[in-house]
Structure formats: C-alpha cells, structure tokens
Design a protein around this ligand. Structure first.
Ligand code: XMP
Length: 511
C-alpha cells in the first residue's frame, strides 16, 4: 500500500514542519527531507510534487543552498515558497534582488491572472510575508500571477511545466487563503487523491505489524503519555496478547493518572499490562535531593533500573515498541543545541532489554496525527488530548526536596486548577497548565489562626511547539475561583501566585 507522496525539501526556514503538517492535514502524505537530496534520490522517492521551503539565506550568499537545475526538469510539479520561490527564479534565469524594504507581516496581494493555484481564492486577500529578497523578473516562459504594491512578483508560474513560486507563506494561519493555495497545488497541480487518512493509517499499520511480528513476543514501556499509549494500542490491535506492556509508576504522576492508565489499558482494552509500583523507591532515592538536574538524573536512571527488573522477569522478546514520532526523527538528524535541562525519556531502555528489533509504528506521524490515530483507536480524550507532561513528573514541579506531603498538596492543588480550567472552557486553548510548589512558606490567617504554609504557583502557557511560550491570559475571575478553592480545600497551601513570565527568559517548567 503505497501512498502518493509529496517531498518537502528543507531549506532551513522556521515553518518547514508546518508545511508538511498542512499538506498531511489536506490528506496528502509528505516527508520533510534535507535540501541536498540528489536528483537520483528524488526520482527514486517518486513524489507527485515537490515543495521548496523558505530559508534564512539570500540566493547570492556564498553558503546558500542551491538546487540542481535538473530537479526542475523532472516533469514533477514544484512549488517554491519564499526562499524556495527565489531559488526557482534564480536557477531558471529570472532575477532576484534585495527589496528596498524588508516585508514582515500581513500584506494584501491581488491575483493578476487565473491559474490552478488561484481557484476559489478571492482576487484580493491577505497573506503573510517575511522576506528581504524578492523576485523581480520571472524566468522565460513564466508569468507573473499575483503581486502586492511592494512585491511585484508575489506569485508566478508556468502551467505547462507545473512549476510555481509564492513569495508569502501559505502555511501560516495569517495567510487567509494559504491553505486553499496549498490544496490547489496538491490537488489541481499534482493530482493528489487525498489517500492519507488516519483510518487508512490504522488499517495499514495493523496489517504491517501483523505481518512483521507474526507469532513473536513484543514488549513496550508505557509512561502514561500520548505517544507510548497510542503505539502500544496499535500494536495491541495487531497482535493482542503477544504484547506485554510495562508501566513504571514512579509515583510522580498527577492525581488519578496511574489509576487511569490501568483502567483504560488493562481493564478496558484487556492489555497485558504490568504496573511496577515504584513510588516508594523513587521517593527514597530523592530524599534530601534539591538540585533540579540531580533530581532529573536520579529519576531517569531509576526508571531504567525498574524497567530492567520487570524486563528480566519477562525474559527475551523479539520486538521492543517505541513511541518515536516524526519530529524526533527529523530532529535526531540535526545538531543538538546547549543542554538546558536533561530530558528524561525512554531512550535508554534498549540497553536493558533482551530484544532483536525495535518497532516504531508512529515514526512517520506528527503529534496531531498521533492524537487522531489514538481517537481512531477509541482511546478517551483524557489520554489522547493529554497535555505535555515531563518524564520526571511532579518532582520538577516541587521546588527543593520531594516529600510525600508536598506531593499530596501539589496533586490536589493541580487537580483543582485543571478542573476549573476545563469548566471555564479553556482547556483546549492553553498549551500546558499546572501547579507548582514553590520552596517558600508565608504567613497567612485562616479562621482567626496564624498559618505558615506553602506558596503555590500556577503556571499556564500558550505555545505551538514548547520552544517559546507566552503566559496564558486566564481571566481574573477564573483565577480567583482557583485561588479560593485551593486555599480552602487543600491542606498546607495558604497563598497562590500566578506566573506571568514568557519563555524565554523563563522555561515552561520551573525546574
Ligand atoms: P521547558 O521547561 O524546558 O519545557 O520549557 C519544554 C517542554 O518539555 C517538557 N519537558 C519534558 N518532557 N521529559 C519530557 O518528556 C522531560 O524531562 C521534560 N522536561 C520538560 C515541558 O513540560 C514542556 O512541554
């Protein structure tokens, strides 16, 4: 079962993954690949269309990435976006110049001529620009299709060759009809059939997994997170009881989560799910430890040790399931930047399991597709829409030493916060929201008595990828309700503060 595929060649722009996501949302499978793919590799990949992304360079920079002219002679439709558009013009003998003024933000552009790209788009609409260079002369045989008052060649193309360039970014939401333009390119220019659906993906993966696994044994580490839950459910759908899942419960999950994992996957789906109840063990290891990196390292190492004990009991398996997703695959090929926090995930597990092969059924999917697959498999919203949650769990939301009492206070406060955000209808609008126990106590007065208790901080942020974030503008009355409820209902909390820092300079988590 081979889907039609579109190739997105990555020239280094900031919205590149977004282009691939948009195309997939439009029902067309596509891959983001480095821009130095050779003509031979492109031909072998056999795409129905190619998209050149934007990028930070000028085509005249000595180090700017270029393309082999032969790519434009393959007879495969091409759409160049921003830098990609300039690159097509430059390669085919058009002219690219520094614009008198850089353009950032919303601009009105107008179509001058009809083309397959303009179908269903008003003659004038708003687009999102972000460029310094622009095309001033189109190559021979190409026509200018749209312009803005300051950008004479906003869209250009050659219908016969099926090659087009757009100066703006159709993939960002600020381009009013950007999605329509991409849809036009995919369906009217490339002849897409829309054969990429999550239902189709599930059926296809289940068949592939059945064939690959046969009657062999499979092991999976479940963390309670979306990726491992969906990966395990897919494999379970394919091979049922041949799959064993191990859930290392480090005792640092939020209120009700550990029980939910058991009820959804063991009781509900009937999975072979082993819960390693290691809360005590983790607490003991964390005794007296206050430094954030030290906590993270202890938890990461302990997680692997506990998993190893369980894996040894199970013995040799043929396959190990991992919840790797597409952004991990793309990122692992790139340079790593400075380590701000040592992230704990299941990366160290392969070394402690006796297995022959890794199975990664989600490695082609973006996060939103993983959620849709989860929904397709019948998993509840509480699992598939779960907000990002750090591997070290509540330990990094308790400043200073982690104790049983602080864990209880935090769980209860956090639960109230979540409940009230949901009641206010804000859950889907906020990227992450959670409570933190600060390492300070303050004086309060409750029922005529002096108290000396914890300050709880509320953290809520909006973000698209967790790389940058802004603090969420939760209405005052909602914050007031949360504050009242926590101070009334939760022992050992007498003051609530709201974190109004963006990332950077702060990070989303407090540790
Ligand atoms: P920061 O705090 O660095 O977090 O702004 C960025 C995103 O990553 C999550 N996070 C983690 N996720 N293991 C994870 O799997 C970790 O150790 C970890 N630490 C932070 C954080 O919740 C946010 O979504």
């Amino acid at each position: 079962m081979q889907h039609q595929r579109v190739l997105v060649l990555d020239f280094g722009g900031q919205y590149n993954q977004l282009i691939a996501r948009r195309a997939r949302d439009l029902g067309v499978y596509c891959d983001l690949k480095p821009c130095d793919m050779t003509v031979g590799e492109i031909r072998a990949y056999d795409p129905i269309g190619i998209i050149f992304t934007g990028g930070p360079n000028s085509v005249y920079d000595p180090a700017a990435p270029h393309i082999d002219r032969a790519v434009l002679g393959l007879g495969i439709p091409v759409l160049g976006i921003c830098y990609g558009s300039q690159l097509i013009a430059y390669t085919l003998g058009g002219k690219v110049e520094h614009a008198a003024m850089s353009e950032y933000g919303k601009r009105e552009f107008s179509f001058l001529k009809e083309s397959p790209l303009s179908e269903g788009i008003p003659q004038t609409s708003v687009c999102w620009m972000s460029h310094t260079d622009h095309v001033t002369e189109v190559p021979d045989g190409f026509a200018v299709l749209a312009s803005t008052p300051t950008c004479p060649v906003t869209v250009y193309g050659n219908a016969e060759k099926a090659i087009y360039g757009v100066q703006f970014h159709p993939e960002v939401v600020h381009s009013e009809y950007g999605n329509k333009l991409l849809e036009n390119f995919l369906y009217r220019v490339c002849g897409a059939k829309g054969d990429w659906t999550m239902g189709g993906f599930v059926a296809e993966q289940v068949a592939l997994l059945k064939e690959k696994i046969g009657d062999k044994k499979v092991l999976c580490a479940m963390s309670g997170g979306v990726d491992s839950a969906v990966a395990a459910t897919l494999v379970h759908r394919a091979v049922g009881s041949q799959l064993t899942c191990v859930f290392v419960d480090h005792g640092l999950l939020r209120k009700g989560e550990s029980e939910e994992v058991m009820s959804v996957f063991k009781d509900g789906l009937g999975m072979n799910l082993i819960r390693a109840d290691a809360g005590e063990r983790f607490l003991k290891k964390l005794e007296g430890v206050c430094e954030p990196e030290e906590k993270r390292k202890i938890i990461g190492a302990e997680f692997i040790k506990v998993f190893e004990i369980e894996a040894k009991k199970i013995g040799a398996v043929d396959f190990l399931v991992q919840g790797t997703i597409y952004p991990d695959v793309i990122e692992s090929g790139k340079d790593k930047s400075a380590v701000i926090k040592s992230h704990h995930n299941v990366g160290g597990l392969p070394s402690v399991v006796d297995f022959k092969e890794i199975v990664e059924p989600l490695r082609d999917l973006f996060k939103d597709e993983v959620r849709r697959v989860g929904a397709e498999l019948g998993l509840p919203d509480s699992v598939v829409q779960r907000q990002p949650f750090p591997g070290p769990g509540l330990a990094i939301r308790i400043m200073g030493e982690v104790t049983r009492e602080k864990l209880e206070t935090l769980r209860d406060a956090d639960y109230i916060f979540r409940e009230e955000v949901a009641k206010a209808g804000l859950a889907g609008k906020i990227w992450q929201y959670f409570a933190v126990i600060t390492n300070s106590k303050t004086v309060g007065v409750q029922g005529d008595f002096r108290t000396y208790e914890n300050v709880i901080a509320l953290r809520a942020v909006t973000s698209v990828d967790a790389m940058t974030a802004d603090w969420a503008r939760i209405p005052y009355d909602v914050l007031e309700r949360i504050s009242n409820r926590i101070t009334n209902e939760v022992p050992h909390a007498n003051r609530i503060v709201y974190d109004i820092t963006s990332k950077p300079p702060a990070t989303i988590e407090w540790e």
